[in-house]
Design a protein around this ligand. Structure first.
Ligand SMILES: [Mg+2]
Length: 226
């Protein structure tokens, strides 16, 4: 065994967040008597990304982000819908999902027998907590660290400091960080001085500025690494 501690990102690493997002958007659009079109998802991605970018720069609170992204979204299509209500409804649908990445549950079950698992996720606490419960993964983890609960997010060092503290401050060489995001998971892990594994199922292009120690396209490949 090379790594005693496995730090797992949640969205699009263990959970199929893309599917959850598409489902929730489809639901809020159709409940407002609008026919869903693929361009809605594309526009939502764009405004949502912009809002999270503003959040990361300290220009938007999480509370405001929840409605702001739908305000921008509705403006694009000239939808006359209450953005705040739409934002709330969206989070309800999003929280209700339990879509997993194929194979993730059985791997957690396997790894939890020999390793100490830590869930390290950026996201809105109510949404993450409900999906943790929906997917039944809590029992596999020694600790669960949610950015919105601790007030700091990956890739920041403070986030990793807190995660390390929660599991008794292991030595850095004992820890492997696994995640799909180069900017938060891999950059965060690299900066913190731990080994990183980039989950890249779509075969996205490598960013020469953020190189992971390992790269995998299927979660099963972890078995050889850990
Ligand atoms: Mg992720």
């Amino acid at each position: 065994m090379k790594f005693e501690y496995l730090f797992f990102d949640a969205d699009n690493t263990l959970w199929d967040f893309n599917l959850s997002e598409k489902f929730a958007l489809f639901k809020v659009i159709t409940e407002n008597k609008i026919e869903y079109e693929p361009q809605h998802l594309e526009a939502y991605h764009r405004v949502n990304k912009a809002c999270w970018h503003n959040f990361e720069n300290g220009n938007l609170s999480v509370a405001d982000l929840k409605s702001k992204r739908f305000e921008l979204f509705c403006n694009e299509f000239d939808f006359k819908i209450d953005a705040e209500q739409m934002g709330k409804s969206y989070l309800q649908y999003l929280s209700s999902t339990d879509f997993m990445i194929p194979g993730a549950l059985s791997l957690l079950d396997r790894f939890a027998r020999r390793h100490k698992l830590v869930l390290v996720t950026n996201g809105i606490k109510e949404v993450q907590r409900r999906r943790i419960s929906n997917t039944g993964i809590e029992r596999y983890f020694e600790s669960i660290v949610i950015s919105d609960e601790i007030g700091v997010a990956k890739p920041h060092t403070d986030f990793f400091d807190l995660a390390f503290e929660q599991v008794g401050s292991p030595r850095k060489e004992e820890v492997l960080m696994i995640g799909d995001s180069l900017s938060s998971d891999i950059r965060g892990g690299n900066n913190y001085g731990i080994t990183t594994c980039w989950f890249n199922p779509e075969g996205a292009e490598v960013n020469p500025e953020i190189i992971a120690s390992f790269e995998i396209t299927k979660l099963e490949e972890l078995i050889e690494i850990v």
